[in-house]
Design a protein around this ligand. Sequence first.
Ligand SMILES: *Cc1c(COP(=O)(O)O)cnc(C)c1O
Length: 361
Amino acid sequence: MVKRNVNFNPGPAALPLDVLNIVREELINYQSSGMSILESSHRAKEFEAINDQTIMLVRELLGLGADYHVLFLGGGASTQFALIPMNFIGDGKMAAYVDTGEFAAKALKECQIVAKAHVAFSSKEEQYRRVPKMSEIKYPEDIAYLHVCSNNTIEGTQFREFPNTGSVPLVADMSSDIASRWLDYRKFSMIYAGAQKNLGVAGVTLLLIHDDFLAKRKNGLPTILSYKTHADKKSLYNTPPIFGVYIMKLVLEWIKSKGGLAGMGKINAAKKDLLYGAIDAAPDFYKGTAEKDSRSWMNVTLRLPTQDMEDKFIADAKKEGLIGLKGHRSVGGIRFSIYNAVSLVDIQKAVEFMGKFHKSC
Ligand SMILES: *Cc1c(COP(=O)(O)O)cnc(C)c1O
């Protein structure tokens, strides 16, 4: 067997080994087509089947009906930061943004470039250590949509509940926690997520757009920038990120085999309990940076007493095959990114290392 590291990278991130093995098996001759899926036309029946199956799997696992368009686009989640206000904020209107971290702030900034934005809540002054209570989110009623970032990848915080916005469309960047737990995804008019954290590889972004919300879009955008173009053509207006969609299909099948989102959520709950348990057992040494009731199940952020100890922690962990632990350059410290493909056994290895490291200091 090939020796593999335990991969705590924040994104691109770990993939299930089962998925990598299927890719390897199918790479040279995809389902007896005589060629690789990498060489396939996006109009070929092989890819059309993959596209359709991936759409169906997304709807099935997230509990969505045919009233949601499922799109696979290039450009990353960051491109949606700009396209969402361009597509949905009409002349003289504005949208509201919940500012809970660096990515949420980037989305807000892009909106301010193309339209007007109202800040519905910000924890910036509190170093983004928490997400809001629902009662703290405030916005005028006539906004085009309310935007939230469900999991703050850099700061290690996550929403446990979402606001009831009534007739105001709710839009979420779920790049770092989509499909990691069961929740009522129907609450959202639009959800988007770069695939490279929980759904596969870099290069494809999943978009879910409710039909009623899409109907409210603005006209007059260049064809390629309009969500309507991609919805009408099932993401096949131009060449889609074929390989990314193929991997997403395999990852979704893998999630299904784990009991779907309810099953995945149980595994993820056990993982975060174990890891936060190890942090809380040594509070003078391992200091979680997020407020406890805002803690993320996907990105676990902590500090050690000194920067030197943090550097040593990362270096020693690496020697034991635990990689990707350096906190984001903007906040420092340690970050364990424990997306779906990181197993409970991987977390057990990390916790064992943490105990040993603490003793050695
Ligand atoms: C990683 C990430 C992004 C950026 O995604 P790109 O695909 O690099 O554009 C945006 N939002 C969140 C919450 C993320 O975790």
